[in-house]
Design a protein around this ligand. Structure first.
Ligand code: 13P
Length: 285
């Protein structure tokens, strides 16, 4: 069933688990995530980045996400990840996304507030949830790169003001994670998560969660993280699935044979994450 991001995250916040938000680019990825969610009875968020939308086309990606969600036995939200362009956000809303992220983190605070508010006004009018970002999360997610020296942690007081003034539904906070593959072990600022969670009433989002140790993710959830974004770990499972198959059977040219094992590998990793996030058996059944 297709639901909004807000509905999913308020349940997660209340019960102390996190909903996995997994990036989608093609049919096999969507199927892997939905299969994992149904098998574990987990609520889930399918999220498409601007890069994913460019690759697949808005019509295709929206149709894939909505078809998967409507047929799923678990609640599913279709979310835009890191929307940096107002028109793109509007296009996603028009195509039936139930949740959007407006990422104005590149702007100074006042401009980020103004830019985010513009999206909230429209999205709220049509019942679509809004995520925004405050602070700057390091690493690369498709078209957005933030160098380590430019990454800045979220200031708790600014976060309170930001949420009060924009009326967003959930907030992505920068607390030491980064998009992409980590070179060393990520150091999460758990005290900052706790402080922000104490001050704010909206659910909190952790980006750059691939490669973060399971125990750290569990601690972050116990302190108030309700949405956890995973892209890189799925990409790695996909690439390894394809490479392993072709190593064993280099002359095979059937796309179904080549992509099938990759789909199974992605499903495994998504299921593992759902167990870590505590979303198993929270599928509203
Ligand atoms: P990873 O690159 O760690 O998977 O992060 C994905 C993400 O945060 C998408 O917004």
């Amino acid at each position: 069933m297709l639901v909004t991001g807000k509905e999913l995250l308020l349940d997660a916040q209340e019960k102390g688990y996190a909903v996995g938000a997994f990036n989608i680019n093609n049919m096999e990825i969507v199927q892997a995530i939905i299969d994992a969610a149904e098998e574990t009875n987990s609520p889930v968020i399918l999220q498409a980045s601007q890069g994913g939308i460019k690759y697949a086309g808005i019509e295709y990606i929206a149709a894939l996400g909505k078809t998967a969600a409507r047929n799923a036995k678990v609640p599913v939200a279709l979310h835009l990840d890191h929307g940096t362009d107002f028109d793109q956000v509007m296009l996603c809303i028009r195509h039936g996304f139930t949740s959007v992220m407006i990422d104005g983190s590149r702007f100074p605070l006042e401009e980020n507030i103004a830019y985010t508010k513009k999206v909230v006004e429209v999205a709220k009018a049509v019942g679509v949830s809004v995520e925004a970002e405050l602070g700057k999360i390091g690493g690369t997610e498709d078209h957005i790169t933030v160098k380590a020296k430019d990454a800045t942690f979220t200031d708790p007081d600014e976060a309170l003001r930001f949420v009060n003034e924009t009326d967003i539904d959930f907030l992505a906070i920068a607390v030491g994670t980064a998009h992409g593959v980590y070179k060393g072990k990520p150091e999460l600022d758990f005290a900052r998560i706790a402080t922000i969670a104490d001050l704010l009433t909206v659910p909190l989002v952790l980006h750059g969660s691939s490669g973060v140790p399971d125990e750290d993710l569990k601690q972050a959830i116990s302190l108030g993280i309700s949405k956890i974004n995973i892209d890189t770990d799925i990409r790695i499972a996909f690439a390894n699935g394809v490479k392993d198959f072709l190593k064993k059977d280099p002359d095979n040219f059937d796309p179904r044979k080549i992509l099938g094992p990759a789909r199974a590998a992605m499903k495994e990793i998504v299921m593992e994450k759902m167990h870590i996030f505590g979303s198993v058996n929270k599928g509203w059944k």
